[in-house]
Design a protein around this ligand. Structure first.
Ligand SMILES: Cc1cc2nc3c(=O)[nH]c(=O)nc-3n(C[C@H](O)[C@H](O)[C@H](O)COP(=O)(O)OP(=O)(O)OC[C@H]3O[C@@H](n4cnc5c(N)ncnc54)[C@H](O)[C@@H]3O)c2cc1C
Length: 496
């Protein structure tokens, strides 16, 4: 036991599973403790009455990041996953009936954009090209590397990098330079919501999101996003990782400057040389560790927004919906203010619909549909007095009205069942602080790079973090990078 390389991972989200593979392949004996009955966390799945839903993540963003991450695990994505191409990335529906089908097919995109604003296609090409350069720069120099100490981050070169990455400029201000038309301005900025941000406040760096989509295109893994989770679990198990489900860590045991083990609900202790927390980082500091000062500081940081999610099993299929559809509210800006300033939700929200049966018939029984509606909403706050059920009911009514306008006139009659997630549900199910689904920590520039809570504890130098709330950030591609960076750090630092 003395010289044995052992690791405990708390949480079987994408971050925890992926880290377990890197460590097992490095000779660690790894055990993953997961509080729920199945793996995946926010990339989990729900199956009911033959309907299959991805629990959270639905969009296969940044395929090149996946490819590189998988290759570093000796996985060839084309062999590991069967995917269906998505010629239309998603359709954006505006309240006045206008639509744009985002596609990597230039001729098709040109036709649509030029109808909205003359000359806008050329402008979009410039915006996409610049945005993709920002994306590559960010992955190479900010998101894809470890910062071990401040002096490695706070260099003149990096100061210049932050300027080049347009971190000083708001995203919407930047995009206004390219388009006059409000539809186009919204279509090229709403993607900030993917990382729980308000496009009116987020830095222009995030123009990399639509740019990456429109440059790299997208596909959908057959079997749903959960097939990524199940493949990674299978590879981890082949590498010798042991998964223990329904077994939450209730405390991380520390001794002097070390984390020595984890306490389980029955009071027993399991010990290891290295502990990796994949559970939400602010929750780990608050609930599992003794040092309350650091936790109080993390509590004051900015958190991403949350989401109300409705999964509907439908007794009929609706061809009016694309695989991914975005419905932007008439009161778009007001809706964002309600989410990010008032941590609430307006009665006429913007929302997104995932309808995977269009690319994968196995997601529902024959002739039926499985759709998930994601309504970005405020995260809850301490002593929240808001009635989230009432907010949900209002939003649900607005969603149904909007879908009826889209031609899904009888949709209400065909909802066989509904599974609903409110901000509080995310906290109860996954321990996500404030139910902030797209982090939980937000991604303003003061919470990125070296400024984001680090992937190793300052005092307990064998306690590491992986996942959405540590470096580099949230979203499956970044969480895959997080697992790689954390594992590299463990391997480098724990050699002796
Ligand atoms: C509604 C929604 C939509 C999204 N859409 C997209 C998308 O389209 N594309 C995309 O790339 N990303 C998307 N995301 C984000 C993506 O799902 C997450 O970034 C990613 O799955 C986070 O992985 P993780 O490993 O950091 O954390 P998690 O998935 O949160 O995993 C952490 C795990 O730790 C477990 N845990 C917590 N506490 C304990 C404990 N005490 N003991 C043991 N286990 C514990 C949890 O149960 C969980 O399984 C979305 C998320 C949501 C919620």
């Amino acid at each position: 036991m003395a010289g044995e390389k052992t690791a405990i991972i708390i949480g079987a989200g994408i971050g925890g599973i992926t880290t377990s593979i890197y460590l097992a392949r490095e000779g660690y004996k790894v055990t993953v403790y997961e509080r729920n009955a199945s793996p995946g966390g926010r990339c989990g799945q729900i199956i009911r009455e033959g309907h299959r839903f991805d629990l959270g993540a639905t969009i296969y963003l940044m395929p090149m990041v996946y490819k590189k991450a998988f290759e570093s695990l000796n996985i060839t994505p084309e062999k590991a996953f069967k995917t269906a191409p998505l010629p239309t990335l998603y359709k954006i529906h505006f309240d006045d009936g206008k639509e744009i089908a985002f596609t990597a097919n230039k001729a098709d995109l040109k036709k649509q954009l030029e109808l909205i604003e003359k000359g806008s296609f050329k402008q979009s090409e410039k915006l996409i090209e610049k945005g993709y350069r920002l994306f590559q720069l960010a992955v190479d120099h900010l998101l894809g590397k470890n910062f071990y100490h401040l002096f490695q981050f706070a260099t003149p070169k990096n100061a210049l990098l932050l300027i080049k990455l347009k971190t000083y400029l708001r995203h919407t201000t930047y995009v206004r330079r390219f388009f006059k038309d409000p539809h186009l301005r919204k279509a090229f900025t709403f993607q900030n919501i993917y990382v729980g941000q308000n496009p009116y406040q987020a830095p222009a760096l995030f123009s990399m999101l639509p740019a990456a989509e429109l440059t790299e295109g997208s596909s959908f893994p057959l079997g749903g996003m959960y097939s990524i989770t199940s493949k990674l679990v299978a590879i981890a198990q082949e590498s010798g990782v042991n998964f223990v489900y329904n077994e939450p860590a209730v405390k991380i045991l520390t001794e002097n400057n070390k984390a020595i083990g984890v306490v389980l609900p029955n009071g027993s202790t399991v010990r290891a040389k290295v502990i990796v927390a994949n559970a939400d980082l602010p929750y780990v500091y608050r609930e599992l560790l003794p040092d309350k000062n650091r936790s109080a500081k993390i509590n004051k940081l900015k958190y991403s927004c949350s989401a109300i999610v409705l999964h509907w099993g439908l007794s009929k299929t609706y061809p009016q919906l694309s695989h991914h559809s975005v419905f932007l509210s008439k009161s778009y800006e007001e809706n964002l203010k309600m989410i990010f300033k008032h941590h609430s939700l307006s009665a006429d929200p913007s929302f997104y619909v995932h309808a995977p049966v269009r690319s994968d018939l196995s997601a529902a029984p024959d002739g039926q549909d499985s759709i998930s509606i994601i309504i970005p909403a405020g995260h809850f706050v301490d002593n929240d007095k808001q009635d989230w059920n009432t907010l949900k009911n209002e939003a649900r009514a607005a969603v149904i009205e909007r879908l009826k306008k889209q031609g899904l006139t009888d949709i209400e009659e065909h909802i066989k069942f509904e599974i609903c997630y409110l901000p509080q549900t995310w906290k109860n199910l996954l321990n996500l602080t404030r139910g902030a689904t797209f982090g939980s920590l937000g991604h303003n520039i003061f919470q990125m790079g070296y400024f984001r809570p680090h992937n190793r504890h300052k005092k307990y130098r064998n306690l590491y973090f992986t996942g959405g709330s540590t470096h580099p950030g949230n979203g499956i591609p970044l969480v895959l990078l997080s697992a790689k960076l954390t594992s590299e750090r463990i391997i480098k630092e724990q050699k002796q």
